[in-house]
Design a protein around this ligand. Structure first.
Ligand SMILES: Nc1ncnc2c1ncn2[C@@H]1O[C@H](COP(=O)(O)OP(=O)(O)OP(=O)(O)O)[C@@H](O)[C@H]1O
Ligand SMILES: [Mg+2]
Length: 422
């Protein structure tokens, strides 16, 4: 058709059929098997599960089954769970503004069911049997199961072959599915996760019980070690800081400068337990490393921001991976200071240590102060981690320059949306 082709004759405005509306919504919510895994694990966590098992066939394209031991769904509500805009999680605008659950839009299951063969099997506590609902046929029948819910999603995009063509190899889709569960697992050390592919156990992260009053950073460090490897723990420092002015708490772990990588593939940020991608958060974390990381090195970290839910809008995109802060600046400050404090602690220990030690050739400072922390080949006492050794700049560099902070805040002042996910 050329730019000058006559316009097609006008067609009457009509309501779209329900199924098509869900399929259109599915375009946003369900991009690939990993998106289904994300939504189903979100639901299992919202149901209070302590153990979640994900079973996949063909990278999740042929089957995604997510089993939980959560509260279950009553028989009469099973068909409602699959309806668009039906949710048990919020009732009104006020609840939306303070939402504490992973889901709240009431659209994930409807969207998933519109582009796959979906079934729900669920049993409530105190019931003598479970009920199985086949979404497509609407058939509901009793079936065996313990308390909890199993969602089965088969043949994803079978009705929308164009979408199916965008999928990558099974191995790639599997890797995305695992990453999706990993993001949840890093937020919930108290929940056990297992992933099976083609009948083989590919990942298992056991629950780390959190006794009352126990240090959550300890449980978190165990889970981070299980999921990201012991190196992540050995090469990182605990972060824990509550900002007196904003009340925002930031905890987790920040990698030592030496552990920085060429790609930003070990950067996990959570806001109120939700994995998010947000420029304010990544900029804040990066700026804390400004004096100690050079070039394009990417720090590693897992940072958890706890803040008043009324001060962060999670209803920005159906996938909820983007958020909008009421005051980006306070969040930026809270993260930057928390990470700076954590990085300063071992440096301060080294400086104190250096002050006590007689200055010899072996422990003399090897780098100019302006370069901050420099990896050194000369032996230094009291390294922070067995494999990391640093020379000691004896003079601290004062302040941190964040050159493009102005740019970061500028859109806010003009009342345009805050910068968010890439
Ligand atoms: N594993 C589960 N255990 C218990 N209830 C569940 C489970 N999965 C879904 N539900 C119920 O089904 C409802 C619909 O789920 P769905 O994921 O479509 O919407 P939601 O989680 O409320 O919102 P969102 O679309 O943001 O995910 C939920 O509100 C919940 O009551
Ligand atoms: Mg949901």
């Amino acid at each position: 058709m050329t730019a000058f082709a006559p316009a097609a004759p006008r067609r009457a405005i009509q309501d779209l059929p329900d199924e098509l509306i869900s399929q259109i919504a599915a375009g946003e919510v369900v991009e690939r098997p990993a998106s289904v895994v994300r939504e189903l694990v979100d639901n299992a966590l919202d149901a209070g599960a302590t153990q979640i098992t994900v079973r996949l066939l063909a990278g999740g394209v042929r089957l995604i089954a997510v089993e939980d031991d959560g509260c279950g769904i009553p028989r009469e509500e099973l068909p409602v769970a699959l309806r668009r805009h039906a949710t048990s999680k919020i009732r009104d605008l006020q609840e939306l503004e303070h939402v504490g659950t992973m889901g709240f839009r009431g659209e994930a299951l409807a969207a998933i069911a519109s582009v796959s063969e979906t079934s729900i099997l669920s049993r409530l506590d105190g019931e003598d049997k479970a009920w199985l609902l086949e979404a497509r046929s609407g058939e509901l029948r009793p079936a065996p199961r313990n308390r909890g819910t199993t969602l089965e999603v088969k043949e994803l995009f079978f009705s929308t072959p164009a979408r199916r063509k965008f999928l990558k190899s099974d191995a790639t889709e599997l890797a995305h599915c695992i990453e999706s569960v990993r993001r949840h697992a890093l937020a919930r050390p108290d929940v056990g996760f297992a992933i099976w592919h083609e009948g083989k156990l590919v990942e298992q992260w056991r629950a780390v019980p959190l006794a009352e009053g126990a240090d959550r950073n300890e449980a978190l460090a165990r889970r981070l070690g299980d999921v990201l490897g012991d190196d992540f723990i050995a090469n990182s420092i605990a972060v824990q800081r509550t900002s007196a002015s904003s009340g925002i708490t930031v905890y987790g772990r920040a990698g030592l400068p030496d552990a920085a990588r060429s790609r930003p593939d070990q950067q996990y940020c959570y806001v109120n337990g939700r994995f998010v991608r947000d420029k304010v958060l990544t900029h804040a974390a990066k700026s804390a490393y400004e004096d100690v990381l050079h070039g394009h090195k990417q720090p590693i970290y897992a940072l958890y921001v706890e803040m008043d839910p009324a001060r962060v809008d999670v209803n920005v995109h159906p996938t909820k991976i983007e958020v909008r802060f009421r005051d980006s600046r306070e969040v930026h400050q809270a993260i930057k200071h928390a990470v700076e404090d954590a990085l300063a602690a071992p440096r301060a220990a080294l400086l104190a240590d250096a002050a006590q030690a007689p200055l010899t050739e072996a422990n003399a400072p090897a780098a100019p102060a302006s370069l901050g922390w420099q990896p050194s080949t000369s032996p230094v006492r009291a390294p922070m981690a067995p494999q990391v050794q640093y020379a000691m700049p004896l003079q601290e560099v004062a302040g941190h320059k964040v050159n493009d902070l102005q740019a970061l805040w500028a859109p806010l002042r003009e009342a345009t949306p805050a910068p968010s996910a890439s």
